[in-house]
Structure formats: structure tokens, C-alpha cells
Design a protein around this ligand. Structure first.
Ligand SMILES: NC(=O)c1ccc[n+]([C@@H]2O[C@H](COP(=O)([O-])OP(=O)(O)OC[C@H]3O[C@@H](n4cnc5c(N)ncnc54)[C@H](O)[C@@H]3O)[C@@H](O)[C@H]2O)c1
Length: 342
């Protein structure tokens, strides 16, 4: 879908310029570094709009998405808002003929992802998700060693775990309705990492959760204390994911990939590989390589200018959401859910 002569011709804007992690500033800086032209910021909070104009003097600011769509001529809009707003805002932008980059998670349900993917196809525009962590050093290292160098044989089991015994913070992420649940923040990153290693298609998901230990101002709408799921793949592999705020045993690694010839323990900064050959166990430890998160917007710009393959397609970013959505539905119903998409 090459639509532009040069990356500079792609006028970009963001919706959401929040203060929790200054993500609006980060997105515009990375878009600029990829050669695109930052042109507009839309934000509900006037104080944050002020920050945007300090960061990017001369940038156009808007307090509603409708006014930004009407008054600006943006080509690409990145959505950096709470999770339950992603689908609605993305559809609004897509229907106005804009390409959309949505922060992770692409949406909360598979059905929302389907509607977004269908609208982008209809409008012949791009839909992608900001899976910047696709290029984190930990997963670049793991992909190289597990997929290319076959360090642990065939991977048949993935165990992803994050969290500890911590009271949830007082922010929107603690609302089940707004965030989607405890698994929707870091869980989507851990699944996106894992899906880079697993070859099989998703076949079914069982979900489990524990709620009610932590009392928060969100009352009954508080996220689960812990959310867990087990996904089965059509090549026989399985994956378990746990995101917790009530498990006192913190793990030194976020993902354990188990293969027929060894185990790969993936930490954010380092890795350990334990292999066993003819009864002889050996261990290799090392530091992960540097991350290359800047590749996200470079790839998107090259896709829009040179028709390069888009790494994070709508369909790719629907996969982790499909697993989370089925896990959520399974935890609520107590039944295993069959996958609609591989
Ligand atoms: N990829 C990553 O590494 C990473 C890191 C942090 C956050 N995130 C994601 O970024 C998104 C935002 O998280 P955050 O921590 O920046 O949240 P935040 O609360 O700091 O910012 C969200 C902002 O969106 C604004 N907003 C909400 N609805 C709006 C609307 N309709 N129009 C305009 N502005 C609106 C709010 O006023 C707020 O300032 C989430 O999807 C989160 O998961 C991703």
C-alpha cells in the first residue's frame, strides 16, 4: 500500500498525551526519527495539551477527535488512550480515511479487532498496533537462539509469568471495564513475545482468575488479583500466562521456553539456557542484546512509502487479543473456549 513518495509527506498526529509514561512525547519523537512529520495532538486534558505544545512548539492541538479529524489533514493517527477507548476511536479515524496505529492492546475483544481490521480494508488504509516490544533485546536474543540456532530443540511449552504481591495502583489500569483486566497490560506483551517463538495455530484457551483480595476505589470493577490462562496450539504445544498481584513468589525470569533439548529462561536483561545431552547438563548465561524499538515506526514508514512488508499487521496483533479474550470468557464461564482464529 505505497501511498507516499517520502516519509516526510506522512503527516502524523496522536490521540492521548498522557502523563503516566509520557507516551505521546515518545511516539511523536519516534515518528519524527522515522522521517514522518508530527502535525497534531488531541487530548482531553488541557494541562497535557500545554505539555504537548512545550514539547513540540507550533504543533496543532485539539480537545476532541471530531475537531481534529475535521480541521487537520493527517495521514496517520496513533491512539494512546486507555484500552476500552481503542476500538471506538480507531473506528472513528479509520472511517474518516486515516491510517491508524493503536497502542497495545489493539482492543479488548476479538470482535472489536475484527471490526477494526474490516474497516481498514474497506478504507484501504493501514491498521497497526504499537508492539514496540516486538524488538526488545530479550526477545531478539530468544528468537535468534531458539528459532535460528535451535538452542533448545522443538519448543513444546511456554510458561509466562509476571507480578508479585502488590496492591494495585490507583489508576485506570485497576478498572476491569477500562483496562480489560489484569492480563491486558503486560500480558499482551508476554503473549506477543511468545507468539514469535511458537509456530502452531491457536486451538483453544482455558482461563482462570482470582478476585476480591485487593479492595480498591474501583470496588466491584476492580481488576482480578490474578489472571491465568492456558492456550493449546494445533501442533501440540501449550502456553500458560499468569499476571498476578497476589503471588508472593516473584520469578527471576518472565518467560520459560521449554524445548525437547533444553530450557530457555528469558529475563528482561539476561537469559539462561539449560541443555541436557546424553545425561550431561550444561548451562549458558548471558546478557541480552540491545533492543531496537525504533524499528516499529521505521517499518511503518517504509510500508507506507516503499510498500515494505508491515511487521505488525492488524491480524498479527489480533492473535494476543484473541487469546486474552478467550481466557477472559473462559474464566467467567468455567468452560474451555475454542479459537476462531489460528
Ligand atoms: N507500548 C508500551 O511500551 C506502552 C507503555 C505505556 C503505555 N502503553 C499504552 O498506552 C496507552 C495509554 O497509556 P498511558 O499510560 O499513556 O495512559 P495515560 O493515562 O497516561 O494517558 C492517556 C491519555 O489519554 C487521554 N484521553 C483519553 N480519552 C481520550 C479521547 N477520547 N481523546 C483524547 N484524549 C483522550 C487522557 O486524557 C490521558 O491523558 C495504553 O494503551 C497503554 O497500554 C504502552
Amino acid at each position: 500500500m505505497a501511498m507516499f513518495k517520502r516519509a516526510k509527506d506522512i503527516k502524523v498526529g496522536v490521540i492521548g498525551y498522557g502523563g503516566a509514561f509520557n507516551m505521546g512525547r515518545k511516539h511523536l519523537a519516534e515518528m519524527k526519527a522515522a522521517g514522518m512529520s508530527p502535525a497534531a495532538v488531541c487530548e482531553l486534558d488541557p494541562e497535557r495539551l500545554k505539555v504537548a505544545t512545550e514539547d513540540y512548539p507550533g504543533i496543532k492541538t485539539y480537545s476532541t477527535v471530531a475537531s481534529m479529524l475535521k480541521q487537520s489533514d493527517l495521514d496517520l493517527i496513533t491512539i494512546i488512550t486507555p484500552h476500552n477507548t481503542h476500538a471506538k476511536l480507531a473506528l472513528q479515524c479509520l472511517k474518516a480515511g486515516k491510517s491508524v496505529c493503536c497502542e497495545k492492546p489493539l482492543a479488548i475483544t476479538t470482535a472489536e479487532c475484527d471490526a477494526m481490521i474490516a474497516e481498514a480494508k474497506k478504507q484501504k488504509v493501514v491498521l497497526t498496533t504499537y508492539h514496540n516490544r516486538h524488538w526488545d533485546g530479550c526477545i531478539l536474543e530468544a528468537v535468534d537462539r531458539i528459532k535460528r540456532k535451535k538452542a533448545i530443540g522443538k519448543v513444546y511449552k511456554v510458561t509466562a509469568h509476571m507480578g508479585g504481591h502488590n496492591r494495585p495502583r490507583d489508576w485506570w489500569r485497576t478498572s476491569k471495564t477500562i483496562s480489560g483486566g489484569v492480563t491486558y497490560d503486560w500480558g499482551v506483551h508476554l503473549l506477543e513475545y511468545s507468539l514469535q517463538i511458537l509456530d502452531g495455530g491457536i486451538s483453544e484457551v482455558s482461563g482462570f482468575s482470582h478476585s476480591g483480595f485487593w479492595k480498591t476505589p474501583w470496588k466491584d470493577d476492580t481488576i482480578e488479583d490474578e489472571g491465568s490462562l492456558i492456550a493449546r496450539f494445533d501442533d501440540g504445544a501449550w502456553l500458560s500466562l499468569t499476571i498476578t498481584s497476589i503471588d508472593t513468589r516473584t520469578r527471576p525470569y518472565i518467560i520459560e521456553f521449554t524445548g525437547t533439548k533444553g530450557t530457555y529462561l528469558m529475563g528482561m536483561n539476561d537469559f539462561t539456557i539449560i541443555t541436557n545431552e546424553d545425561g550431561v547438563e550444561s548451562t549458558i548465561k548471558g546478557a541480552n542484546r540491545e533492543g531496537q524499538q525504533e524499528k516499529f515506526y521505521k517499518n511503518l514508514a517504509q510500508h507506507m512509502v516503499k510498500d515494505a512488508d508491515l511487521v505488525i499487521t492488524g491480524e498479527w496483533s489480533r492473535r494476543p487479543i484473541h487469546i486474552l479474550d478467550l481466557g477472559n470468557k473462559s474464566a467467567q464461564s468455567g468452560k474451555t473456549m475454542k479459537a476462531k482464529y489460528k
